[in-house]
Design a protein around this ligand. Structure first.
Ligand code: PNS
Length: 162
C-alpha cells in the first residue's frame, strides 16, 4: 500500500490545499490529511472545526482520511507507519523554508521520512490561508479562495459581538 501524509495548519483550508489533496490522492492508495494541533498559535478555526471542514471538502475522495496531530511530524509518521510527507510549493519564497523542514525531518527520522513536493496549480499560486483571513476580515470576496460551503463559515469568524 502506498500511503502518504499531507500535514498542515489548514487555518483555513483553501482551494490550493484542496488541489494538492486531490492530486496527491490520485498518486497514493491512501492519503491522510492531518491538522497540526499547535498550542502556541491562536487559530481562527479550532482543530475540530478544521478537521470537519477537511472531511466535508474531501468527501468525494474515498482514499482520503482526515486526522490531527501534535508534536513532531516524524513521530506522527512513525506512529502511522507512513514514510512520505506531501507538501505544496507555491513559489520560490516557499522553497527555502520547506527545504529546511524537509531536510530536518529526514535527519530527525534517520532517512525514514521523505518529503514530496507538488507544485501548486497556477490558478492557486497566489493563495494562502493568511490572505484568505485578511480578505475576509475586511469583508472582501473570498469565493475564489475557498470552497463554496466554507465562505460563510469564514466570514462568521469575523463577526463582532458574538
Ligand atoms: O500549513 P503549515 O503551517 O505551513 O504547516 C506546517 C507543518 C504543520 C507541516 C509543520 O509546522 C510541522 O510539521 N510541524 C510539526 C512540528 C515538527 O515536526 N517540526 C519539525 C520540523 S522543523
Amino acid at each position: 500500500m502506498k500511503t502518504a501524509i499531507y500535514p498542515g495548519s489548514f487555518d483555513p483550508m483553501t482551494l490550493g490545499h484542496l488541489d494538492v489533496i486531490e492530486r496527491a490522492a490520485s498518486m497514493f492508495d491512501t492519503l491522510t490529511v492531518s491538522v497540526l494541533n499547535n498550542k502556541a498559535k491562536s487559530p481562527l478555526f479550532s482543530v475540530e472545526e478544521r478537521v470537519k471542514i477537511l472531511q466535508e471538502a474531501t468527501g468525494h475522495l474515498s482514499n482520503v482520511h482526515v486526522d490531527s496531530f501534535s508534536g513532531l511530524l516524524i513521530d506522527y509518521c512513525k506512529e502511522k507507519d507512513v514514510h512520505i510527507v506531501i507538501r505544496g510549493l507555491r513559489a520560490v519564497t516557499d522553497f527555502e523554508y520547506e527545504l529546511q523542514v524537509a531536510q530536518t525531518n529526514r535527519m530527525l527520522s534517520h532517512g525514514d521520512v521523505d518529503t514530496l513536493f507538488l507544485t501548486t496549480s497556477l490558478e492557486y499560486a497566489y493563495l494562502s490561508s493568511s490572505s484568505v483571513k485578511e480578505i475576509a476580515a475586511f469583508g472582501g470576496d473570498i469565493r475564489q479562495c475557498v470552497p463554496e460551503f466554507m465562505v460563510q463559515r469564514v466570514y462568521d469568524k469575523f463577526k463582532r459581538g458574538e
